[in-house]
Design a protein. Sequence first.
Length: 292
Amino acid sequence: MVWATYARPVSRPQYGGESVPVTGQRVVRRALGRRLTRLRVATGQSRREVAEAKLGISEPTLHRIETGKVPVTVANVRALCWLYGVDESIAGALSDLALGTSQEEWWDANPAIPEWFKLYVGLEASASTICTYEGEVVPGELQTEQYARAIYGAEQTQEGDATERHIKLRMQRQAAMASRHPKPRLVTVLGEGVLTRQVGGPDVLAAQVEHLREAARQKHLEILVLPWSAGAHAAMAGAFRILDFEDPEDPDVVYLESHIGALYLEEPQEVQEYRRIFTLICEASVPIADFR
């Protein structure tokens, strides 16, 4: 069945004393920063007023903590929770998050991964649903090794081993996603051109398309094709991703990537607009199993 109407999960676990399922130090820092900001705002205190409370946390440091820029100690979290008057269950959960603000995942210390992409990898590792539109290329999480080699080779980088290094990282990212339990729901819409562009030559492309058809048989994965016959469509401005998270404290994110960086959209009206676009292209698409 085509994912014709995109919707969020009906129920989500409530924030309380349980640990929060986030992964990667950058993601944990952002999550903890948002929670501490909400607690401060609820008390009606400014950052300056918190700094004046003599907790040993300066106003600039509090700004960096709340914006997810730095690791956070358990002692600082406990001090802020005391000042904000929160109960022990919340203080304990936030203290657990603080431990994760300095814990590195496999992508955090890898110099081959651009800094702007490390945040995405962390978000991807935490997302419950990932919806993707691609009009030019098979998404990285669905690429075969030979297809990926052809993609990276086309960039004609000056570094001789760059292609193989990136391919290894791509396969590592795929393995990390495959090992998740439960697996995230993946809904991918591909422009028909993705299945016809001769990336790597006819044999490589044929193997890639067969890989997509096999992958689409998995229950958690849906692959749709937006045919040329659809004509003009809602996503002609370019590729995008929508990442949903189970925890209600974590805002859903739209991810837009360029050659030199990425944009992360979190405002509800921005995310909702991309949901609307995604629904429209899903309605114009067909399952890859039915595409010939």
